[in-house]
Design a protein around this ligand. Sequence first.
Ligand code: SF4
Length: 272
Amino acid sequence: MLTANKAKAANPLEIYRILPQNNCGKCLLPSCLAFAAAVVAGQKKLRDCPGISPDLLVKMAGVYRKPVAGEIEQAGFVDKIQRRIAALDLAAIAPVIGAVHRDNSLVVNSLGKDFVVDARGNLSSECHLIPWVQIPLLSYITNKTHGEITGSWISFREIKGGIDWQGLFTSRCEIPLRKLADANPALLADLIDLFMGQAIDWYQADIALILHPLPHLPILICYQAPDEDMDSALTIFFDRCCGQNLHIKALFTLCSGLVQMFTRIAERHLFS
Ligand code: SF4
């Protein structure tokens, strides 16, 4: 068991994993995911779920610390999007966002993996649930506008609101990914295999690959390896439809989460 001073921030998906996941409503919330979000926000305690065994409550004591303001805000935001999803006609929205409607849920593919969003906005997947996927994926479903893939590529700053986020996008996404590619020459090629990417020819790029973090959200990563007298370069482009399909803040969250995931994979030496 972790001691109190080693307590970590609660994460809604981590909490959700230890819940009975039967959405019984005995905690007076509509779903287990809503309960997990309420725990993260400090509005509920684990003991408020009668389905958690006393043994598990003892085991979890001191594992999570009190949430800070940002975490409370995030949990509130998830709750808000889930309410929007509960009001949606999932069968109607599925073809519009490139998802599949099955068993009153949406099946949304991200990087070759299926994520299932039920009618209450609860997220599950047959693979490991990645926390940073949650908000962009739910935001993608509830976005006010939706557009088809155009095949036309634009830079981050050309997307509505992109100029305001450009500095952060460069420092948290493009620069770390470039350094990662410099240190792991096989990285980008391996991403193609791992995440159902597609290599294309692109002007002046040694490697150019397309990934689909969400069905109607293709991104193009262009990398130029360092040469004798030239530094390496890496730019991430977006299909013109991306700005229509996801708010710029969620797009940034998605890209920075992707880069963090690639970093962790590279650290675990999965790339040869
Ligand atoms: S009481 Fe527990 S099992 Fe029931 S909905 Fe709430 S969190 Fe889920």
